[in-house]
Design a binder for this molecule. Structure first.
Ligand code: HEM
Length: 403
């Protein structure tokens, strides 16, 4: 049995923070999601999260955005632009998968197109596993594909990445190299396991596969949604596109506003650990499911105004409300990669020069600088393989090189 979905923003926020409610969205996708961070609860979750969080400290993310990411971005976008047109969804998959693999700790030693294609294929299969609850396909068939992809991922990518790190960790332990010469990624912190958490071999394979999907797939769909919103909005608001090119904080507000309208999963789901009274005053029994309608709560007129369902980067919201609503979650499972992807929410006195904008804003800026616009000959299409409202194909035309 389950209760009515919670659509009120305040009630939804409180529900996400209730610690007697455990993750409940991925029961169908256990083939990939069993024992991964977002599916853990209580002490086990806290310990694994604390360990992995070492990779996501603010100072390092700032350094990454200012000093590492611009080169990676330029290399990816140059390839995309050289053809003069292309599919934004495909571009998003390639650029954001590589970025997430860096944070996860999955090496791509051969480099090149063939290796990226292989990893992309595996990642797309994992993505089917995370969204099994929304799949339109035969679910048993999808589970079999995910099992095979996990085993290939382990052999072709994870084992070599582990061997590489194990040898560096051994050299560090004998004093041959310094700590800052170790890779700064999730796999390295899990292998060093300074906090002695429990994690068996198969759990590690699933954790790494989940991590790549959690980081890449969400960011890809957010990227395509915000580009679409910007195209539509600037067509109706003359002069705004030029402003976006000179005001990166405004661009970041576009990213946050679009993330609010298009959460990567339209719902969050929790399962009661014991009888719980919800913020709606309803009581749920042990094991009962609670659905939080993120898409609906993020469009709550009481919080975001009468035009809550529309895209408006100039929207005024109360202090204390996130401009992206609940799209990065709240409470124990709040997104670990939020600052990496969406940056820091600007304050009135934030300095544009050392502000952290997040990787999505940086990519959007580079695409707009290249004159990205929808291809009038080839209309975009939604992804028909899932009930999630994501773009599956978004052809664009590109021009001017970055000065
Ligand atoms: C626009 C981009 C992103 C969006 C919209 C997004 C959204 C979310 C949401 C809604 C949750 C909470 C799920 C729940 O409550 O059930 C979450 C958790 C998580 N996200 Fe993200 N995410 C994004 C980017 C990233 C990136 C870049 C990474 C890693 C590099 C990442 C890694 C994770 C992980 C590991 C969790 C689980 C945290 C936990 O359970 O403690 N995400 N994300």
């Amino acid at each position: 049995m389950s209760t009515k979905p919670i659509t009120d923003y305040q009630q939804a926020s409180k529900t996400l923070r209730q610690s007697d409610l455990r993750q409940g969205l991925y029961d169908e996708g256990a083939v990939l999601m069993d024992g991964v961070l977002v599916n853990l609860h209580g002490e086990k979750h806290r310990a694994r999260r604390a360990l992995e969080n070492k990779v996501f400290r603010r100072g390092f993310l700032q350094h990454y955005e200012k000093n590492v990411f611009p080169d990676t971005l330029r290399a990816t976008i140059d390839g995309f632009v050289s053809d003069g047109s292309g599919d934004l969804v495909e571009f998003g998959f390639r650029s954001l998968m590589n970025l997430t693999c860096d944070f996860a700790g999955i090496d791509r030693p051969r480099g090149g197109q063939e290796e990226t294609d292989r990893l992309l294929l595996l990642m797309r299969t994992f993505a089917l596993g995370t969204t099994l609850a929304h799949s339109k396909d035969d679910r048993e068939k999808v589970r079999k594909q995910v099992r095979e992809a996990l085993s290939a991922f382990d052999k072709e990518f994870l084992q070599p990445s582990m061997a590489h790190r194990a040898s560096l960790i051994a050299r560090y332990e004998t004093g041959e190299i310094d700590e800052d010469e170790l890779p700064r990624d999730v796999l390295t912190v899990l292998l060093r396991n300074e906090d002695n958490i429990e994690l068996d071999d198969q759990e590690l394979v699933r954790e790494m596969a989940f991590f790549v999907v959690a980081g890449a797939q969400t960011s890809i769909h957010s990227l395509v949604h915000v580009m679409h919103e910007i195209f539509a909005w600037s067509a109706d608001h003359p002069g705004e596109r030029e402003k976006l090119l000179s005001d990166t904080m405004l661009l970041q507000r576009c990213v946050h506003e679009s993330a609010r309208l298009h959460p990567s999963s339209p719902v969050a789901r929790r399962r009661a650990e014991c009888p719980v009274t919800l913020a709606t005053d309803e009581t749920v029994e042990t094991d009962e499911l609670v659905t939080i309608d993120l898409l609906g709560a993020n469009r709550d007129n009481k919080i975001f105004g009468a035009d809550a369902a529309e895209f408006n980067p100039y929207r005024k919201i109360d202090k204390g409300t996130s401009p992206y609503g609940l799209s990065f979650g709240l409470g124990m499972h709040a997104c670990i990669g939020r600052t990496l992807a969406a940056g820091v929410t600007p304050k009135h006195d934030s300095d544009p020069l050392d502000h952290q904008y997040g990787t999505i804003t940086m990519i959007v800026r580079a695409l707009l600088e290249h004159g990205a616009r929808p291809d009038p000959e080839r209309p975009p299409e939604m992804d028909r393989k899932t009930e999630r409202p994501n773009w599956g194909y978004y052809p664009v035309i590109l021009e001017t090189p970055i000065p």
